[in-house]
Design a protein around this ligand. Sequence first.
Ligand SMILES: Nc1nc2c(ncn2[C@@H]2O[C@H](COP(=O)(O)OP(=O)(O)O)[C@@H](O)[C@H]2O)c(=O)[nH]1
Ligand SMILES: [Mg+2]
Length: 446
Amino acid sequence: MFESLTEKLTGALRNLRGTGTLSEANMADALKEVRAALLSADVHFKVARDFIDRVQEQCVGQSVLKSVSPGQQVVKIIHDELVKLLGEGATELAAKRPLKVLMVGLHGSGKTTSTAKLGKLLKKKGARPFVVAGDVYRPAAIDQLEILAKQEELGFYCDRASKDVPGIGAKALESALAQNADVILFDTAGRLQIDHDLIEEVKKLKAAVQPDEVILVADGALGQEAVNVAKAFHDALTLTGLILTKLDGDTRGGAALSIKSVTGVPIKFIGTGEKTENFEIFHPDRLASRILGMGDVVSLVEKAQETIDQKEAERMAEKMRKADFNLEDFLAQMQQVKKMGSMQSILGMMPGMSGVQLPGDADRQMKRTEAIIQSMTVQERRKPSLLNGNRRIRIAKGAGVQVVEVNQLMKQFDQMQKMMKMMKGGNQKKLMRQMEQMRGRGGMPF
Ligand SMILES: Nc1nc2c(ncn2[C@@H]2O[C@H](COP(=O)(O)OP(=O)(O)O)[C@@H](O)[C@H]2O)c(=O)[nH]1
Ligand SMILES: [Mg+2]
């Protein structure tokens, strides 16, 4: 997320971080670079200007320049100001039950997808969500929500025969409450632009269902345009929150950094991909850390806890300790890691690693490794020493790779096993040497 902004900011701050003494001149240079980084990420120019003013004001204070590590202090000031920009304070939905949420936004912004994503997230937290198809103009839109609702096992209401949106809203609400739902999400139709008819229809629906939350779903990839859209919707409908979508890919970050301070409406969730699990509660402090290349360890640990089976992880650790780790275990472990997301996205959450670009084929490489192990028999996986030349040829064919790749994997696995044996034997020095060697040779197979 926001890789190019992170790269520029860490570049601007690199010189400051380690500096023992800091002059007003080199700080001014760094802040100039920070400002340029914000502008090139499409942050609103007034927002960028005020941001730099606020940071500068705090930095010229003698206490910063005279502190033990002025560079670190400046980074901290920038971090805290970034948190303020992204939106301090509560970003949660109202705790009220039943909770009625109206989802609004332009066509294609991700309303329908986000409605299902939000339903899924709330369900995981123990709620009984119910989604309502309010986009009555395109039958495909109703189907889209119905499919997602089935997939995520959410309550669902639609009326294919009616175009009376407020009427549908009222009936849907009745039906949801009768079915004991406690969060009701109303998906609505969008237009290509904000127009009178769209706003009027949503206003009528709003009057009919009296929502507790009116959430604008805005396409984060639109940059400043998303901010303008949010302003217009807020003026017309009084929003209570935002969902910024499409923050995956090469979105520059301008919308996320400007939208709260321009509109006053907090970002509550972010969409980071097309799948229903690519959706996160918005944490300003975590994103600020990520943007500054400081990593987001909290999210990483949460993700690991969510996706990795704790018992299984302990069993693996035990096996590694005993140096009794075979290819079958290796495959299982790789599959667990894969559940957390792409290797690049995992790396992005580690402190200091966000700028590191994995070879473009890191995930492909992992898939190939997986394919190779999957082409082995169970005996071979448990006892890799069985793998003679003929078997390796057969495996390479099965996995659709070259024999050299099988050989390479086996060599790496062999080294891994050696390391585990050393760990078991407690030979730390030898272990460090071995690890250095592996790093030099391009390291692990994934
Ligand atoms: N990459 C990415 N695509 C998204 C995200 N959210 C939605 N989309 C895609 O954007 C397109 C429009 O989404 P949809 O929910 O139908 O938008 P709606 O017209 O506002 O209901 C679909 O192809 C979605 O898969 C996101 O966070 N990331
Ligand atoms: Mg839709």
